[in-house]
Design a protein around this ligand. Structure first.
Ligand code: HEM
Length: 513
């Protein structure tokens, strides 16, 4: 099994002292720059009220406690959009129905540029040391990226890979506790690792999916990229800080590992695996490795957050857990004509994709409700075109915008008792009667999620295996049952784990499988 993420995180955190000296120097530069731009920005009017106070603090808060910073300031502004500075950049935090409509439909709102400055944790090929880049490894546009993803996630490929994904889930669960029969897991570690395996299966090749040491190393490198994404490293990419050095080293190693697998596949018999599909399309090794880096990054975090929290909610809300279990048993009964002695993998493997997609309304409702409450992503854009008008206020060319989806998903105006886990709201004919968008958890319009179909399939398969195979409960570190629902740490952009003490799932095999 992989090393725990907490070990990975603490080993990175342990080096913080060494970074302190560098951080002081950077802080001095940032302070001078911020004072300059704070003074310079006075009197500039863009129609969106600027947050008062020292802009450097706002930028710092934006990077370190993003969720609290945006939501508390929106609260203070009575739910109205506001702006602040990140160095010399004007960033507008959007809110309201007009903003949502414009944000998701305006062509000049560029997602890649928005992510580059405001997110800063995605792996970038520009950070790879000493590698001569071929022209096609640079500037992969989003439509090009999505076209490749659609090929990897085509219906035929999904039908092909579905039994293998199920077996991956069962095999990985077999490594938990006492040979997968009983034990205790931290879902925010074990289930994340499982999702990483499934995403690697969908986007790389058998050799990597089965190589635990390399998968573990790749996870560690992603974790390093995340922890090295300090405000200074993101805002001053040219400054040779220790965090910057770590980012370069981690990206280079990640890229090198992936290139090795692509090169090995070039020499092997072609199959329908993802790397082979990309090779057959004439992509270079570097371009494929870069692509996989980005897809693994895009695919794992969100799928992990929703799956882990759904398991936690269903541990507490046993009435919904029973409904979901019944629904899964009915699904198996409808589609599997294999003998009762067949394995869980065989029974679930007989369910066609359409069954997973259309015949699990209770599970869908529980996942969507978990997604709404626990996963609170932000949409980032930069205006690369002319001025854009939102409700009479102007987003200028070059401005950045950020939209916290929680502004909608946790808003009592649209979702009464927004923090209450109530999957039944999704089973009503018109769940959100007074809004244009009903749910924004997969984005909308021009940049709606390309991985949604696969993410939903993976989440439902994991829950189906877990609910069918195990009886389980939520416990604390001493094994004492937890009956109070933990709260997600929405400022944690990496895992959105629970605030406060770690919680675990105590499981015991229910079926003989
Ligand atoms: C539960 C899992 C997932 C959630 C909640 C999720 C959510 C989202 C959201 C909210 C957006 C819109 C971002 C914006 O408007 O700024 C998005 C876009 C995107 N997602 Fe996902 N995603 C998930 C899984 C995946 C997976 C598994 C992949 C691929 C492996 C993926 C690939 C993408 C891509 C490529 C885009 C950008 C699409 C474009 O710009 O045209 N996502 N996702």
């Amino acid at each position: 099994m992989f090393a725990s993420n907490s070990t990975i995180l603490s080993s990175v955190a342990g080096e913080d002292n060494q970074l302190a000296a560098g951080a002081l120097g950077i802080a001095a530069i940032l302070t001078t720059t911020a004072v300059y731009f704070t003074l310079r920005s006075k009197g500039k009017e863009n129609g969106f009220p600027k947050l008062r106070g020292f802009q450097l603090y706002h930028a710092w808060d934006f990077f370190y406690r993003r969720y609290d910073f945006l939501l508390s300031n929106l609260n203070r502004s009575s739910g109205k959009s506001f702006s602040f500075n990140v160095l010399h950049h004007n960033v507008i935090a959007l809110a309201g129905e007009d903003a949502r409509r414009v944000l998701f439909t305006t062509p000049h709102f560029d997602l890649s540029e928005g992510i580059k400055l405001l997110l800063g944790i995605a792996p970038q090929i520009e950070n790879v040391n000493d590698i001569e880049l071929e022209p096609d490894a640079k500037g992969d546009t989003i439509p090009h990226f999505n076209r490749k993803l659609n090929r990897l996630f085509s219906h035929n490929r999904l039908e092909d890979v579905l039994p293998t994904l199920l077996q991956d889930i069962i095999d990985q669960a077999g490594k938990w506790g006492n040979g997968g029969k009983s034990g205790r897991i931290d879902p925010f570690i074990e289930v994340y690792e499982l999702i990483f395996v499934l995403t690697a299966r969908m986007t790389t090749c058998e050799e990597l999916t089965k190589n635990e040491a390399d998968l573990k190393r790749i996870l560690e490198l992603f974790s390093t990229l995340h922890t090295s994404s300090t405000p200074a490293a993101v805002l001053l990419p040219w400054f040779p800080s220790p965090a910057r050095k770590k980012t370069r080293e981690a990206t280079t190693e990640l890229f090198t590992i992936l290139c090795t697998y692509v090169e090995a596949r070039r020499k092997a018999e072609p199959t329908s695996e993802a790397i082979d599909v990309l090779i057959a399309e004439g992509e270079s090794t570097q371009s494929i490795a870069d692509y996989i880096m980005k897809v693994l990054f895009a695919g794992v975090i969100n799928t992990g957050v929703v799956t882990c929290w759904a398991l936690v909610y269903l541990a507490i809300h046993s009435e919904w857990r029973e409904k979901c279990k019944q629904e899964i048993q009915d699904l198996i009964f409808r589609h599997s004509d294999s003998p009762p002695s067949s394995t869980l993998g065989e029974k679930l493997g007989a369910v066609p994709i359409s069954g997973w997609q259309n015949e699990l309304p209770m599970l869908d409702a529980c996942l969507q409700e978990t997604h709404r409450i626990c996963l609170t992503p932000m949409a980032f854009r930069r205006n690369l075109g002319k001025e854009i008008n939102i409700g009479g206020q102007v987003v200028k060319r070059g401005d950045f915008v950020v939209y916290p989806i929680a502004e909608f998903h946790l808003n009592p105006e649209f979702y009464p008792e927004p923090y209450k886990f109530d999957p039944s709201r999704w089973l009503r004919p018109d769940p959100v009667p007074n809004a244009t968008h009903k749910f924004l958890g997969w984005g909308s319009g021009r940049h709606a999620c390309t991985g949604m179909k696969v993410a939903k399939l993976e989440m439902k398969m994991i829950l189906a295996v877990f609910l069918e195979k195990y009886d389980y409960e939520l416990v604390d570190v001493d094994g004492k049952r937890v009956s109070q629902m933990p709260v997600p740490n929405r400022n944690d952009l990496n895992q959105t784990g629970p605030l406060g003490p770690t919680c675990y799932l105590d499981f015991k095999q229910a079926s003989t499988d």
